[in-house]
Write a protein that binds this ligand. Sequence first.
Ligand code: 8ID
Ligand code: ZN
Length: 346
Amino acid sequence: MTLPETYKAAVTEGNGAPYVFKQVPTPTPGKGEILMRVHVTGVCHTDLHAKDGDWPVPPKAPLTGGHEGAGEVVAVGEDVTSLKIGDRVGIVWLYSACGECEHCVKGNETVCEKQHNGGYSKDGSFQEYCIADAKYCARIPDGVSYADAAPLLCAGVTTYKALKESEVKAGEYMTIVGAGGGLGHLAVQYAKAMGMNVIAIDGGDEKGALCKELGAMHYVDFMKTPNTVDEVLKITGGKGAEGVLCLATSNKVFNDCVHMCKRHGCVVLVSLPPGDFSIPIFPVVLKRITVRGSIVGTRQDLAECLEFCAQGKVKPIYKTQHLEDLNEVFQEMHQGKIAGRIVLEL
Ligand code: 8ID
Ligand code: ZN
């Protein structure tokens, strides 16, 4: 296969600087690496946090973000035995882990201290060609298109894993805060597929219609409902939901999530707006509420999450745009206007 000498990449200097589009030299994959032709990439709110420098650990600079990139292997480096040219793969947030530490050995590779992150500490999928680690990139099943796979590579696996972490069972309530967004619309579907009763919270009629169509039992519009906690308590007969999934990029909602939770229930924190929140000690202790963080998922979680899509149980909802639209997509995302995901073609 002949590869071009240069190709198009989106690059930001970080700290809020917009993405610029330039030609960069095509890299050669090193030991254990592959080069993939990125056909499509999802845009995650994490990419916006990265561009804006929202988090205490800064990304690399300059940065090419993106960790929902789907495409095919076009070159393999030394010692790569698990992949070959033409294989369908994805670049993900867990770009690589050490494979040797206590966490990796216990199957908790998502908390490996030596991990690298796609589109954060390593350049990601906002470019036509991308280097990935052969051991950690996703394998996309044949029955799943690149565009359907893209949102699952982060939003899908993250919400699938977070729902498992909640330990909520079929027939119990799962309240999803931020249910109409990129992560949220997949959380609704995975929760439904797991038999949970979904209470979806987000803003506006478009997101409400989407959540209902995807199987939410109730929709609470935070823009029209003065007290969303009271509304969840009303729906659940005054008891609260067994599980609350926090996916909203507003730290104001974190405290509400605790108050929406039933006795002995679990609040899973996923979204990462900058800042802190206070946890009310008395209700958390006396109601034995668990407040738990959750970060993406392992390679096994990812394989399971893609399989749900291959079997038709989950279907990502997205609008397709082009890589050059990236800055406009971020503007819309900042304003909370995107229902589902945006997938960019390259
Ligand atoms: O592994 C992880 N922990 C992980 C993985 C991927 C993404 C965490 N994240 C983080 C992102 O960094 C981001 O902080 O999850 C958050 C959500 O990412 P996203 O789903 O990609 O963002 P989005 O599509 O913009 O959706 C956010 C939704 O929150 C709603 C918005 O309307 C939007 O639909 N929302 C807001 I802002 N305030 C709300 C409120 N008060 C609200 N929904 C309900 N109540
Ligand atoms: Zn993401």
